[in-house]
Design a binder for this molecule. Sequence first.
Ligand code: ZN
Length: 648
Amino acid sequence: MVTRKSIEEVLSAAKIEEVVGDYVNLRRRGVNLIGLCPFHDEKTPSFTVSPAKNIYKCFGCSKGGDPVGFVMEHESFNYIEAIRYLAQRYNITLEETQLTDKEKELRTVVDSLYIINTIGKDHFSKNLWERQEGKNIGLAYFKERGFRDFIINKFELGYALDERDDFTEHAHKKQLNTELCKSLGLISSSGHDFFKARVMFPIHGISGKILGFGGRTLSSDKKIPKYINSPESEIYNKRNVLYGLYFAKEAIRKHDECILVEGYTDVISLHQGEIQHVVAASGTSLTTEQIKLIKRYTSNIKIIFDGDAAGVKASLRGLDMVLEADMNVKLVLLPDNDDPDSFLSKMGTEKFTAFLKENEEDFVFFKTRVLLEDSGKDPIKKAGALKNIVESISKISDAIKRSLYIRQCSIMLDMDESLLVRETNKYIKEAIRKKNMDGTGRPAFEGQDEGDWITEKKAPRQDDYVPLTTDEVQERAVAQILVRFGHEWFDEANQIHMANHIIEEMEDVIPFLEDVVCQQIFSLTQDIIEKNETFHHQVFIGHEDEFVRKFAVDALSYPYEYANWEKKGMLLQTQKMPDENYLRESQNAILRLKLKKANRSIAAIEKELMTMHPENHDADEYMLQIKVLQALKKERNEMAAYLGTVIL
Ligand SMILES: [Zn+2]
């Protein structure tokens, strides 16, 4: 564990313009810097960096945050990984809380495993480029496939010699721990080389470390397996790894799409052909963990199939889980006898890309078409196909998307839409029942309950979007002012900051706020004030809750200011800049909120009074309520007068 003190040291050292500047070409505009957004494709910059606030904000895709948030977003790091990255960037040595002996041991083992794999990779690479056998066989094979030197180096390809102890002897010389080498599968259990006479494909983790290897034999002997992979180890879990992701992640984000192919060589050839947003699920069929990995970067996945129709059909069922993950899945079928590698070298990049575009087909429609063709006129087969298709559709968690698919498929199947709706709901019900029974929350059905079903014959629900209530809007207005101006003086003579003022004014309503995020913002500020600490918006933009972070960044990058940055302030000139006017703004926002609450209390008391009988024993209580009511009305009217609101 990294200590709190170290984290704070990193937070205060990290400058947003420097951290972003490592990735984005920034140029100055006014007090801010602008550049092309690394998170979405754009030609004119809407990505803005504010050194004064130490945040970035994109007005195109609305991403924003502090330096830690930027690194998390850009590198798909978790919080601690981002802190470690920034610590390295700023030469800060992180203080760690005492590790237990077991943790220390595990950490040393894991570190050693990575070191051994790196030594292995270097050794195989040396074999490929310097040893006669490597050059004659391994390098010759890669060249024959059309791999150029730069791509061989980029993917760190290598060669394992056809010798009993080539790597094993190297490992001894380097004094590597034999047991660890065995656990990585570099040395076999009998103590000799595991990979022999094979071209070697190192498998990189997300941050580029070598997790394991895939080795391909060049022998035509059918008894020898074509590919062997490193066994699972402390650092290599096949389910969690996508071959090529380390090299592809940037491009995947840029294209907002991930292409999935089958083999190592497909990934490498496509890369060489400048199609870089491509990965392979090596050694497994696609797993939920791999889908989650892809989802860090994009929700769009395009799967390139080669091979015969039977093979394709077999893999269709496995794809339902991609739908469950709420991803858009497209399929492309290559012509018979071609794999992506061979097809690309035949067609060239431009035609290849065009082919993908013209031939991509939505997964659900693809499946419907294939199953329909398959069942022909056989009614039993057709019923089976229908079940199969609605089962896939039932996995889609978005109700609107689901009904669109149902409509389209009912046309394709020439069946009544309401029948498909009923069948789909059966599967959803069944899945919910199972989920409730075994308690393992499957991701597709999070937040899905009875109310989420599609009602028969009804158009897609339009009310999935929940607008904010007026209360929430008003609460947000106050919270925004708090985040933006909490550090400014409310009353300099008496040393009262805006944060203190706002909290004092809001104290009695904070527990009743409707907006959860606002409530968090106010409570956090209350804590700061109670502890007598200085208010700073860093508390929010560095907060662990993503919604708090987003709220703060949005509040700090007001559209008003954007107009300023753009030097297009004309439109807004009639409005007062909140920067100059925050005292009045905050007063108004707080009053509007309180007015609302007062009106509600008044209505509640009036209702209560109707049920009371003043002549009875609750006469005292009645009078008390009348007094409260009068006081509330007076206060309400004062607030209304100040705001210029007319109370009827
Ligand atoms: Zn953007």
